[in-house]
Design a protein around this ligand. Structure first.
Ligand SMILES: Nc1ncnc2c1ncn2[C@@H]1O[C@H](COP(=O)(O)OP(=O)(O)O)[C@@H](O)[C@H]1O
Ligand SMILES: [Mg+2]
Length: 265
């Protein structure tokens, strides 16, 4: 089967005065059956990674470079949207338009945000959008204006919107940032529910609690490079995290993900 992501010799640079790349990946393949957390400190290259997938960033033209998403090196919105749902803070900023929650979710069918022509909306689209809101337990918000919602509520609306095409993979950048403890917990439970329904999850985060039970592979980025990659229990260790952050860190697995804290000594 074609992998979800196939990167070879992929480099991203923003500042040509610097020698280092913001992202520099020799080889990375993410398959269909993997739910992956991509973690790393601030500035590690996590958002640059997501922006490559959404084609908000383009890799440097390099020899032998491969930057395929579902086997394609082009971001054809209509071709790829059945495969991929992407939710990133970039999208949250774009939803500052006057639209209801329901219309925002429906707009996912048109790959636009908010503004849609009533005449183009089919009954089946409205039904699907209502189902997506129901899935996240936010049906009660359908008629509210998107601009009036809390960060957590609007995050869930954006995820419902990303799921409108039943994408095979859902890719999330720092999904729980800005959510209160209850909203973050419910959100993570929903991720597990989605994975149970067969959606591939790729979550990019600096928060170890986002590494929920459905995640079976962890990739740590450090200074734009892959620092560690493997099963959760092999990668999320005191040793690796202490080296990553250059401080003594203890990490333990809880019922709801991982908890990392500074060592007492
Ligand atoms: N638009 C940009 N212009 C210049 N530098 C950027 C830009 N976006 C990110 N960077 C730099 O690229 C590196 C990786 O950033 P980013 O991918 O946002 O990291 P993360 O999401 O892990 O915090 C950082 O050094 C950051 O300062
Ligand atoms: Mg980021």
């Amino acid at each position: 089967m074609i992998p979800v992501i196939e990167f070879k010799n992929v480099k991203v640079k923003y500042n040509y005065d610097l020698d280092d790349y913001a992202l520099d990946i020799d080889e990375l393949i993410i398959g269909h059956n993997e739910n992956v957390a991509i973690i790393g400190p601030n500035g590690a290259g996590k958002s640059s990674f997501i922006n490559l997938i959404s084609r908000d960033n383009y890799p440097e033209p390099e020899d032998n470079s491969v930057c395929n998403i579902y086997g394609s090196d082009r971001w054809d919105v209509f071709e790829l949207r059945s495969h991929l749902g992407i939710v990133s803070p970039n999208y949250q900023h774009k939803i500052g338009v006057e639209a209801t929650v329901l219309d925002t979710v429906i707009s996912g069918f048109f790959s636009s945000i908010g503004i849609i022509e009533e005449a183009d909306v089919k009954v089946s689209m409205t039904e699907k959008a209502l189902d997506a809101l129901e899935f996240f337990g936010i049906s009660g918000l359908a008629d509210r204006m998107i601009t009036e919602l809390s960060t957590g509520q609007s995050r869930l609306v954006l995820i419902a919107r990303a799921l409108i095409h039943d994408p095979e993979s859902l890719i999330l950048d720092e999904p729980a940032s800005g959510l209160d403890i209850k909203a973050a917990h419910l959100f993570r439970q929903n991720l597990i529910k989605l994975a149970d329904h067969g959606t591939n999850i790729i979550v990019v985060t600096h928060n170890f609690e986002d590494i929920v039970s459905c995640i079976n592979r962890v990739i740590i980025l450090k200074n734009g490079r892959i620092f560690k990659d493997g099963p959760c229990e092999e990668v999320i260790t005191d040793e690796n995290l202490s080296e990553l952050y250059s401080m003594d860190i203890n990490v333990k697995q809880s019922k709801h993900g991982y908890i990392a804290e500074l060592s007492d000594c």
